[in-house]
Structures are given as structure tokens and as C-alpha cells.
Design a protein around this ligand. Structure first.
Ligand code: SF4
Ligand code: SF4
Length: 358
């Protein structure tokens, strides 16, 4: 049977209150209350936006969903895990400062922001999954400790996985630092002839893996952790990657980690994708006003994490009449690997029925 995916049209220009009400309407229409029970600790997985970014989904937009959880008697908290790269969310202290600055706090939402993997990103649970790429995965401990999860993802383009939505929010976003590191380990980058020796990549490399040579920078593969920060910050497109091979492994890892996060949450999780302010790159960039690749579409939600991503991708491609690879200007990258692999390991179905709510 096809999975049900609920959809409501929305635009950033509607305003935060209207977006919040529409998300709430979707929650009721999809009968997602059945995923949550009184006294559940409910992890509301969010991305609070990197400091300096202004295209993330803001806290007031999700207030209605938090209110729904309160009405069910759950104990919700907003949460995310530490980042791998050098930024403003790489440990619990600076992450909580950014979360508070962006309104993911008691004052705006009535719930606290808790970092799921502790002060240093090392408070994790090991979950056995026995999948083709990973026998076990390492996730932020609080995702394992809580009883239910409401995943709130911002659909954006992504330079390594094509797009980020529910699967990436769960797989990469809920992993501990060790888990993130293992997922990226397959990504092998090199620096090509476009290098101008500007040195920008060195400043952002968490592995201290880059040195400047006489004609170009070099990556020490023994030190490189595959985080792709150098690629993100190089303005000269000098950092190169064999996308066909590398992205497939990364996307498969993402799907397997998502399976680990949901292992003890059968029937206890709901997934929302906000297809608004869809930028070419993700909310981890500290850049304001990033370029958008599609006009606002709306919000989709499902109890199936695979179906919700497939439906979101289809809506973006239908709206633009173009494949996502073209929109993110990387024709070699196949963004559907994550969906195919997630389906093959039993995480959900790519077949869905789209139910529009008005
Ligand atoms: S940022 Fe790009 S151009 Fe600058 S040194 Fe690094 S690879 Fe070379
Ligand atoms: S060389 Fe690039 S991919 Fe490797 S650790 Fe440094 S920034 Fe990350």
C-alpha cells in the first residue's frame, strides 16, 4: 500500500504565524497525534540555522507543532546534535547560544533546546542495525532515550548529498560526532588546477589536513575526515570529487543512520519537510540571503520518512520542470541514492499518495 503524504501550500510571504497554523493543520489532518503519548519525552529535531544564516526555518514557524505536542500531554524539547565542522554549533555551549539567539528557546516555543549528544558531541548510543555499510551506528544519546520523535526538516540543496530533508536530518543530523565522521569517511576530495592558493580552505579545515604547495593546495588524505568544508568555502571551484562514486556511499550511510535513529521508534515518529526558502546549499552555511533554487511550495508530512522525501523531491522537480541535479548545478550527482537505499533497507516506501489539505 502506498504511504500517505499530506501536503499544504505555503509561502514565506504568508508570515510565520500563518506557516505555523498550516503546519498545525497538517498535523491534525494526518492524524499524527497517534505517534505521541502522554508523558513521552518527545525530541523535536530541528536545525537552528548557522549563526549568520537567515534562510533557515524560524522558531515561530514550528510553534503550532509544539502546541500540538503539549495538547497531547507529551514533554517536548527541541534538539540537534553538534556539527563536525568548525562553526558556531560544534559543541553544546556555542550551539545553545545560537539556538537561543534564533529563538529556539523557552520564551518563543515554551520548550528548552537540549543538545542531543552532550557537551562535546560524544554522548552517544551505539545502535546495532546490521546493514550493508554499517553493522552499528552512533547517534546522539537523547534520540535513543526519548519515547517519540517529531522531525522538522528544511528541504534544501546539498553539495554532497544533492538535497537534505528528512533522511539527512535524521541520518546525519542525529548522529554523534563519531557517527558523522564515519558517514563522511568515504568522501575523498582533491584540489585541482583552479586553486589560487588563497588559503581560505585552510581556515575551515577541522582535520588540519590542507597545506599550501607552490602551485596549489594539497589535502593529506590520512588527516582528511571528508567533511567537505574546503569545498564549501572554496570560491574558485578548485576542490574536486568523484561525485558518482563518493555521493552514493555518503547517501547510503545517511539512510542507514536514519534507520538506527528510528530503530526503537516504530509508530512513534512523524516527519515534516518545509519546502520554503529552498536554497542551493544547506542551513549550515553562515551566509545570509543564499540563492534560492525554487519558489516556495509548502509543507509535507508523513509517518514514512522515505515517502516524505520522495514526495518533496517530486514537488520541487515538478514545480521547476528540472531535475534537482540541474538546480544545484551538479549533473553528476544522483540525489535519489538515499531514497533507493532507505527503501532497500526497509526504512519506508518511495510509493506514496499525496493528499493536499486546503
Ligand atoms: S580555498 Fe580553493 S583556491 Fe583557496 S587555497 Fe583552498 S582550494 Fe585553493
Ligand atoms: S581537507 Fe576538506 S574534507 Fe578534508 S577535513 Fe579538511 S575541510 Fe574537511
Amino acid at each position: 500500500m502506498d504511504s500517505s503524504v499530506y501536503f499544504i501550500k505555503a509561502s514565506i510571504t504568508d508570515g510565520e504565524k500563518s506557516i505555523s497554523r498550516k503546519a498545525q493543520k497538517l498535523f491534525k489532518a494526518g492524524n499524527f497525534s497517534q505517534c505521541f503519548a502522554k508523558n513521552d519525552f518527545t525530541a523535536v529535531k530541528v536545525h537552528v540555522g548557522e549563526d549568520g544564516n537567515n534562510t533557515y526555518i524560524t522558531a515561530p514557524c514550528i510553534k503550532g507543532l509544539i502546541d500540538e505536542l503539549f495538547s497531547l500531554g507529551t514533554m517536548p524539547f527541541v534538539t540537534d546534535s553538534s556539527t563536525l565542522y568548525v562553526g558556531h554549533r560544534s559543541n553544546a555551549v556555542n550551539h545553545m547560544v545560537v539556538a537561543d539567539k534564533h529563538g529556539f528557546n523557552l520564551k518563543t516555543l515554551g520548550v528548552p533546546f537540549i543538545v542531543s549528544d552532550g557537551l562535546l558531541g560524544a554522548t552517544e548510543k551505539t545502535v546495532e542495525i546490521n546493514c550493508p555499510r554499517n553493522r552499528e551506528v552512533y547517534i546522539g544519546a537523547e534520540y535513543d532515550n526519548c519515547q517519540s520523535i517529531l522531525s522538522i526538516a528544511h528541504f534544501t540543496g546539498h553539495l554532497a548529498s544533492g538535497f537534505g530533508a528528512t533522511l539527512k536530518t535524521l541520518g546525519m543530523g542525529c548522529a554523534s560526532k563519531k557517527g558523522k565522521l564515519k558517514q563522511h569517511a568515504s568522501l575523498k576530495l582533491s584540489i585541482g588546477k583552479n586553486c589560487t592558493l588563497c588559503g581560505e580552505c585552510l581556515k575551515h579545515c577541522p582535520g588540519d589536513a590542507i597545506t599550501l604547495g607552490k602551485i596549489r593546495a594539497h589535502i593529506n588524505q590520512d588527516k582528511c575526515i571528508g567533511c567537505a568544508e574546503c569545498m564549501a568555502f572554496c570560491r574558485f571551484s578548485a576542490v574536486e570529487c568523484n561525485w558518482c562514486r563518493e555521493t552514493e556511499a555518503l547517501q547510503q550511510n545517511i539512510a542507514e543512520y536514519a534507520l538506527g535513529v528510528l530503530k526503537n521508534k516504530k509508530g512513534k515518529a512523524a516527519f515534516f519537510n518545509f519546502i520554503l526558502s529552498v536554497t542551493k546549499d544547506c542551513d549550515c552555511f553562515d551566509t545570509p540571503d543564499m540563492r534560492k533554487i525554487v519558489d516556495d511550495i509548502g509543507i509535507v508530512a508523513s509517518a514514512d520518512p522515505v515517502a516524505v522525501d520522495k514526495a518533496s523531491l517530486d514537488l520541487v522537480e515538478k514545480k521547476t520542470g528540472r531535475k534537482l541535479q540541474e538546480l544545484i548545478e551538479n549533473k553528476q550527482l544522483d540525489p535519489t541514492c538515499q531514497i533507493r537505499h532507505a527503501e532497500s533497507i526497509g526504512l519506508g516506501s518511495s510509493k506514496y499518495e499525496l493528499i493536499e489539505i486546503r
